[in-house]
Design a protein. Structure first.
Length: 372
């Protein structure tokens, strides 16, 4: 008789949808059900992750932490782990790391895995102290980039031998390019708009939207029919859109809010851009690679592990509107370069950044830890 599937809890700090939460969804959907039964949990947020993961897992639960260390929520999390006989808990983010590790231990989970999703330059001494306080409970850390691993080692949070790098991957999706003209019409883009440049990222300072706004006067002078698509949750509380209006460039930007299905936007784009100031391994860049789009992005965090400069895309320095302007002009003027970058990016994505490759590596790590 084959053993019963192991019960795996993916525990996120937030249930708001972002790159990490989308990877949890992809992994939950792809896990081999003969070996693993997935559960999904989140500590705070609007609950979108819980709603979207519910059809694809055994149970999804929002634990509604009111503040870090909330004793009632922590007790509920411990009970959930114990009652569902969870074998392995993987935590994502500092809040889930601290509360989730303790709850997993108290709830009787056999294995505790944590995640590194970014280089986290915002961390201060007290964040590192919180991490270190429960680090001894962790059996393994999975980082989605070598840059994230190296940053954690430099902060002396974990010993190098406890960290494994597994690159993120996404499922293959159909990009509806046959509807490109109709999609552009629905987005309110002019028939002759060029280039249409998309940024798939929640609106916050570190993602570099403000650098684009600063670059736009020069870009519009050379490319008067240019248009940007800003698709992402507005974490700036309207500040970024207000900056675009006061700068006089708002009519060149479509502020779209959070978009669940990004495939129509990818079909509408001529280029993809992610001008982040710091990153881990951004899912949106992997999406653009799969969609065979020419990419402009910054040389930060794990992005150079995805994009080889002038092979799979153009890498520029962060917080540099002049570099943004020059890169856009270069791609706009060079059809051959656009095609070469897009083709190489898609081939590399299919080979190295697929959900199949990611899931098989994570399943192997889970199996190795659980069968010890």
């Amino acid at each position: 008789m084959s053993p019963a599937p192991y019960r795996i809890l993916q525990l996120a700090s937030s249930s708001d949808m972002g790159g990490t939460e989308r990877m949890i969804l992809f992994l939950t959907e792809a896990l081999d059900r003969a070996k693993f039964t997935p559960y999904v949990g989140a500590l705070v947020g609007d609950g979108d992750l819980i709603r979207r993961s519910a059809p694809h897992c055994q149970q999804a639960r929002h634990f509604e932490f009111r503040f870090p260390g909330d004793p009632i929520a922590l007790k509920n999390l411990v009970s959930f782990i114990r009652e569902n006989r969870i074998d392995l808990v993987q935590t994502y983010g500092l809040r889930a790391d601290t509360a989730g590790r303790i709850a997993a231990k108290l709830g009787g989970a056999k294995v505790i895995v944590s995640s590194i999703r970014s280089i986290d330059p915002w961390r201060r001494w007290h964040h590192t102290l919180l991490d270190k306080a429960t680090a001894s409970l962790v059996d393994m850390i999975i980082s989605n980039s070598a840059a994230g691993r190296d940053a954690a080692i430099a902060r002396r949070e974990y010993p190098p031998e406890k960290i494994k790098v597994v690159y993120s991957g996404i499922p293959t999706r159909s990009i509806p390019r046959e509807r490109r003209t109709r999609i552009r019409q629905e987005l309110g883009l002019a028939p002759d708009a060029f280039p249409v440049i998309g940024i798939l990222a929640n609106l916050r300072e570190m993602k570099g939207h403000e650098d684009v706004i600063e670059a736009l006067p020069a870009l519009r002078a050379g490319l008067p029919k240019l248009s940007f698509l800003f698709a992402g949750r507005d974490d700036s509380m309207g500040d970024i859109e207000s900056l675009a209006r006061t700068t006089g460039v708002a009519d060149s930007i479509k502020f779209m809010g959070y978009v669940e299905d990004t495939t129509p936007l990818l079909a509408a784009m001529d280029f993809f851009m992610l001008p982040s100031h710091w990153e881990g391994l951004p899912v949106s860049v992997i999406e653009a690679m799969h969609a065979a789009l020419p990419i402009i992005t910054t040389r930060v965090g794990g992005i150079p592990e995805l994009i080889r400069d002038r092979v799979d895309g153009l890498l520029i320095e962060p917080a540099n509107p002049i570099a943004i302007t020059n890169a856009v002009f270069e791609l706009a003027q060079d059809t051959t370069l656009r095609h070469a970058l897009a083709t190489s990016a898609r081939e590399r994505a299919m080979r190295e950044f697929s959900v199949t490759a990611m899931t098989s590596k994570i399943e192997a790590i889970y199996g190795e830890l659980l069968e010890k």
